[in-house]
Design a protein around this ligand. Sequence first.
Ligand code: NCD
Length: 310
Amino acid sequence: MKHLLSIEDVSREDVERICARAAAFSENQQREIKKVPALRGRTVLNLFYEASTRTRSSFELAAKRLSADVVNFSASGSSTEKGESLKDTVQTLSAHRPDAIVVRCPWAGAPALVAEWTDAAIINAGDGKHEHPTQALLDIYTLTRRLGSLDGVKIWVVGDVLHSRVARSNILGFQKMGAQVTVAGPPTLLPRDIEAMGVEVRYSLDDLHEADVVYALRMQNERMQQAYLPSMREYASLFQIDERRLGARSLLMHPGPVNRGVELSDGVVDCPQSLILEQVAAGVVVRMAVLFELLAASRAFDPVPEHQSA
Ligand code: NCD
């Protein structure tokens, strides 16, 4: 695997290997000294054109805990504000010879273009409404740690599926691992052809208690160009996951940031069934495993370079 642009770039075996490596790294994270030398001398460039708290901090920490050098670029405060294009920015920063570039941007498909402009391995950290593959991997990791396997597990993805890159990557990722996915939300927030992804579709939360896992999505107001809902109050009254709707044995997940009082009630965010903070912690070790996979794992099988052989 040269790049991670989509969750479709990884097979079930790849996901299992990445999760196993993340689990090994997580043991290390309990120690006083959390750094391992795996990527010493390598450079990771974080290229962020959109707001981020969890993804950016966990990629930075992941690279540092693998002993890589890290350069953080964010569009605000950079020459982007002076009109420099994405291509020029990538080519400029590639002069520093990064081994990996982590890209978050509002343009669907842009990470694939970046991959053509540089020799570095590209990791998609969220591109518009398209995909967010490392989110899917860390959510699969979090769930398999809890449940052992996702085979036959019933996962409901609830809310603004239409604008969510997390929904797309996670539906594909959960199915790859054997889960049965249902999407639920108001018709205006579910893509019209969503059944083609092999999911069940519900327009109410009446049967939500059937779910082994409830995966709530944030209302992506910043991606809405028109009114999709009469009001947030109406949305909350029909689709907010609260103590009454969440089944007693269902696990609760959310990629963050949470709009408390919109998609989730205040109470369920911090309830014992909530895995939200486990997802954040998983972000570091899973991103370590992804960086390792792209920059180190395949090289372990490289033949001895010619000048070193006897
Ligand atoms: C998500 C994103 O940016 O796509 N957040 C994240 O990476 N954890 C989800 C969101 O913004 O709602």
